[in-house]
Design a protein around this ligand. Structure first.
Ligand SMILES: [Mn+2]
Length: 468
């Protein structure tokens, strides 16, 4: 086998709208809105700097079916830069950017887009023009594809492969059945001779392997099925969390190139894949994101004053801030642990005040350094428990014991818990907007309210008992 290297990326979602960031100062909002574009620019720069042989993108380049002109233009610019450096790009379209008939955009000659009706295999040369790989892929023509596309991929893609001729004119396109698809391929009339080195097989697929909670089950297939296809590398897209599902052969989700909300935490980027002359594959993750999401828990167990909690928060934040590597980082914090300060922490004003103070300091910093390297708290949630022994109280013949027992019984029955909530929140029910909001809260959340109210009450009572 001839050694070569390629980049595998997916789910760029260029021009994601990032809804729900109204609270961010304009300068940071701009940085966030620019981030999916910037990640693409970083990918292009990486490919050029590392002189890779080619780039594979496994769907969802755009965020929406109605791709914005701005996104198309920015992608075009990057593709042209890659074209100038003679780096081909092989891409498929996914559920967010299906290749429907209204899509009319001319890519430069280095770009190969796989068709929608069936998988197509393409022979891929390295920098010196020697054939090194066969890439087989298929695009979505619709935003929802529920068929098992993997089953349609040929077992020996070389035999059905066409030659991807990046110098061919668009009107020479051999795939008449995909007239509006910008595929520059020519049927290959010669077979790979017996003497020629084995080609590395890459399957490019946007879909769901073995079902994933919280994701639409587009193009479902099993890992076993992919393994049995006998490809060397499955370049997957769709699931935004980076994961290597299998190593022999490699089955890889590179994750998205830029996190888009607080659930898409940590470094985001692409894989640099190197194939050795013996066919050994090695993967190197390369971050491309410019804005990062983070989620951290802070244990306040044993801390005895609010001031110390605030100090601990500051210390942790300072440490995390020094690790942002120059990226704007949006962080969601959660206070946990058993604490005597439970009641004080329940007053939301404290969390809000600390957030405001920290944010004001970050705004000051941004005047000198811009948005890069800022650590911006987007939420501070208090999930502490009071410093009380609930079990001991519950077993005791006491007023707090009665209260815990009643709360537990109430939680167990939907009717009684709802009646209690209705009764307790009567004043709030009189406000139409509040009434709607209350009605939209799930039974689980209502049970949490009862739990919190019970904890608060027992905590107060315990304090009074100690004092008397
Ligand atoms: Mn996606």
């Amino acid at each position: 086998m001839i050694p070569f290297r390629f980049i595998h990326a997916a789910d760029m979602h260029v021009d994601s709208p990032f809804r729900g960031l109204q609270a961010l100062p304009d300068k940071l909002k701009e940085e966030v809105l620019e981030s999916t574009f910037a990640a693409w620019d970083n990918l292009v720069r990486l490919a050029i700097r590392e002189k890779v042989d080619f780039v594979v993108i496994s769907g969802d380049l755009y965020d929406g079916k109605e791709r914005s002109l701005k996104a198309q233009w920015r992608l075009q610019r990057g593709m042209e830069q890659l074209c100038e450096q003679r780096i081909p790009v092989y891409l498929i379209h996914g559920n967010h950017d299906p290749l429907h008939h209204e899509v009319k955009w001319e890519w430069p000659d280095n770009v190969t887009i796989f068709p929608t009706n069936a998988p197509q295999a393409v022979l891929v040369p390295n920098k010196d023009g020697a054939m090194v790989a066969v890439v087989c892929g298929m695009s979505y023509g619709d935003s929802a594809v529920y068929e098992n596309l993997a089953a349609m991929y040929p077992d020996s893609p070389e035999s059905a492969a066409v030659h991807s001729d990046h110098t061919a004119r668009h009107d020479e396109c051999a795939l008449e059945e995909n007239r509006n698809v910008n595929v520059k391929m020519k049927r290959l009339h010669r077979n790979q001779g017996d003497g020629s080195p084995r080609l590395f097989r890459i399957g490019v697929l946007h879909g769901t392997v073995d079902g994933r909670a919280g994701h639409d089950p587009y193009a479902p297939c099993s890992k076993r099925e992919l393994i049995e296809k006998n490809y060397d590398y499955w370049a997957l897209g769709h699931i935004h969390m980076r994961e290597v599902l299998n190593e022999s052969p490699y089955i890889v989700y590179p994750g998205n190139t830029q996190g888009r909300h607080v659930k898409e935490i940590g470094a985001k980027g692409c894989y640099m894949v190197a194939v050795s002359e013996h066919g050994n594959v090695s993967l190197q993750f390369e971050p491309l994101d410019t804005v990062r999401w983070r989620q951290e828990q802070i244990d306040v167990n044993g801390i005895s004053s609010m001031q110390s909690i605030m100090q601990l928060l500051d210390e942790k934040m300072m440490a995390w801030k020094s690790g942002t590597e120059g990226r704007l980082t949006l962080i969601r914090l959660e206070l946990i642990g058993r604490t005597a300060l439970y009641a004080s922490l329940q007053q939301e004003a404290l969390a809000a005040q600390w957030m405001e103070a920290w944010q004001a300091q970050e705004v000051d910093d941004s005047l000198f350094e811009g948005a890069s390297g800022l650590l911006w708290p987007v939420a501070l949630r208090v999930s502490c428990t009071p410093d009380i022994d609930v079990e001991q109280w519950e077993a005791s013949d006491s007023f707090p014991g009665d209260m815990i027992r009643i709360a537990r019984q109430t939680q167990q029955h939907e009717d009684t818990s709802e009646a209690l909530i209705q009764d307790s929140l009567q004043t709030l029910q009189q406000h139409p907007r509040m009434r709607n909001w209350l009605a939209s809260q799930s039974g689980e959340i209502q049970k949490e309210w009862i739990e919190e109210a019970m904890m608060l009450a027992v905590e107060w009572l315990q304090r009074e008992v100690k004092r008397s």
